[in-house]
Design a protein around this ligand. Sequence first.
Ligand code: C2G
Length: 133
Amino acid sequence: MKRVITYGTFDLLHYGHINLLRRAKALGDYLIVVLSSDAFNWNEKHKKCYFSYEERKQLIEAIRYVDLVIQETSWEQKVSDVREYHIDTFVMGDDWEGKFDFLREYCEVVYLSRTPEISTTQIKTDLNYMGGK
Ligand code: C2G
């Protein structure tokens, strides 16, 4: 049973996120998503989420590739998560390329290409342009 883990906010869930989760799951048999809490998003990533943690958790849990969703509350929890959940592979989009190489001491680290044309920021911009219709 190969166990894979990935982290993120996943607000305004879109197909770029799904592309990542599908490829992350393909690297193993069990995928854990560590979902950023509202406080972590606001205090550490200066992101104001449209959907609350509970709403985002519900969305992520509904994805066929995802086996477990747990909460991300600090930047420092990755090593303990990898050890506690016996992770074989840590996966992130390549916008994080190199940032988590310290985890190679504990597990495989894989950066997957982002889906370039879509982002939550782009969606919000487009919706504003369309006058929210
Ligand atoms: N992603 C992607 N393609 C996009 C947008 C996002 O592949 N068009 C990937 C990101 O690279 C990331 C994941 O989807 O691996 C989640 O994206 P975010 O919710 O933006 O995650 P982020 O804010 O980068 O949080 O501790 C790590 C952080 O929690 C990562």
